[in-house]
Write a protein of this length. Structure first.
Lengths: 226, 213
């Protein structure tokens, strides 16, 4: 979630402390920007945010003004648990920060498909329906990455869809990623509207994912489309 | 293999198109091109966002170094969590936490290295041993796994960059053990130890059994 206004340091510290019981691990995030004004010596401005996490690092919360980000790493508990977690954390946030205008709500879903194969050549068309088409004369691909951006009219969102080959963490496998980023600018401001939007995004994500893979890919795993 | 990440447009710390303070120094067209180019990048998951430490590793507090090392390998584990049994993963994290207990940490030792741990995960997911190994750390932060059957022992050190070093000790009654060793890419680990009967080390049935030679 991205908010219209920045959040001051005192409020940021307060909200990070409020999340401590839920995310015991706290790390400071630092980023340095160089402020350049003509005729003035450049100065470094340090932005600070917080990264909070569960001990096993599967639940992650990023407080980076003006954004609030929640992340769930595998193993995935399913939508119901994740949505419950969102509602809980949203409540903690509101209690600490109060109302702030939301200018964007987005959800990103990163799905990796591991395909048993020891060949260096990618046969993406057997598993995915989103991939680059190149002239046959150029021969098979070993790597690729493509991106498409398109509106999702029925829910007023935009989808950024990435499909790529990624290094596999498994021996004897090739791995593809289907990476969806679905977001809405000027989203609803009240809880019911936010929750409704998230459910719509989730349904859209499932539809997009199903459209992006082939039956052969489906055979490889039990999709966790929670 | 599905996951969800609440993700607004990328925060600036992940790498803005043109640093906001510099935008005024470029034309509107340049800024737009930079924005479009940045939009084509496959951005990393925000979950992987970490700050570069301001201090050199040996200048950081011990707790910070140990926490950072543990967090890095737990995030690596998340990449393959869908292939791991939940209980296996939970116990693995318990072993890692125990190995990095600040109160028992030896000064000068290195915490687990992510590259060594990635090699370990590849090996475990390839071999899929029924028996869990005992785990240790080398002085340089490499994961060491050991399987013991009777007095026989297989020890594997997982090196960075997908290499492994292994040592076998096989006992005969009343004799010094025969020792065998090898160093291979992790992709050939299983092949390397096959002559020494993998099931002797990795199968539940072998626990405590004598190795039939």
């Amino acid at each position: 979630m991205r908010f219209a206004a920045a959040i001051d340091t005192a409020t940021l510290d307060k909200v990070s402390s409020a999340f401590k019981p839920l995310y015991p691990r706290e790390e400071l995030l630092r980023g340095v920007q160089f402020q350049m004004n003509l005729g003035v010596t450049p100065s470094a401005v340090e932005q600070i945010g917080y990264r909070r996490s569960s001990p096993d690092q599967t639940h992650i919360l990023l407080l980076i003004p003006p954004s609030l980000l929640m992340s769930q790493l595998a193993p995935y508990p399913g939508w119901d648990q994740f949505f419950t977690r969102f509602c809980r954390d949203w409540g903690v946030w509101k209690k600490s920060v109060g109302y702030r205008k939301i200018i964007r709500i987005g959800v990103r879903y990163i799905n990796r498909i591991d395909i048993p194969s020891s060949e260096p050549v990618v046969y993406e068309e057997q598993f995915l329906s989103v991939y680059p088409q190149i002239p046959e004369v150029l021969g098979p691909m070993t790597q690729y990455a493509v991106q498409a951006q398109l509106p999702i009219v029925d829910i007023g969102c935009n989808l950024t869809l990435n499909s790529s080959v990624v290094p596999s963490p498994l021996l004897g496998h090739r791995s593809f990623v289907i990476d969806q980023d679905i977001g809405k600018d000027n989203p609803p401001q009240n809880d019911d509207g936010i929750y409704q939007l998230l459910k719509q995004i989730r349904a859209t994500k499932n539809r997009v994912f199903e459209a992006c893979i082939t039956d052969r890919a489906r055979e490889l795993f039990e999709p966790c489309l929670g | 293999m599905s996951g969800v990440v609440f993700h607004p447009q990328m925060p600036t710390v992940l790498g803005p198109t043109v640093p906001p303070r510099l935008e005024e120094a470029f034309s509107a067209e340049t800024n737009e091109i930079a924005r479009l180019v940045a939009g084509l990048r496959n951005q990393p998951s925000p979950a992987s966002l970490r700050s570069e430490p301001r201090l050199a590793p040996d200048e950081q507090p011990l707790e910070t170094r140990l926490f950072d090392a543990l967090a890095a390998v737990k995030i690596l584990t998340a990449q393959v969590a869908m292939h791991l049994d939940g209980e296996w993963r939970r116990k693995l994290f318990g072993q890692l936490d125990s190995l990095h207990d600040p109160e028992e940490w030896e000064a000068g030792d290195e915490p687990v290295g992510p590259s060594s741990f990635a090699t370990f995960l590849k090996a475990i997911l390839s071999i899929r041993p029924e028996r869990r190994p005992g785990l240790g750390l080398s002085h340089t932060g490499n994961i060491i796994a050991a399987w013991t059957t009777g007095r026989d022992r297989l020890t594997i050190e997982f090196l960075p960059n997908d290499r492994v070093r292994w040592v076998l000790a096989l006992y005969h009654d009343g004799e010094e053990p025969d020792r065998f060793a090898g160093q291979t890419p992790v992709s050939r680990l299983a092949e390397g130890i096959t002559p020494y009967h993998s099931e002797h080390w990795f199968s539940h049935e072998s626990k405590g059994d004598e190795f039939t030679r």
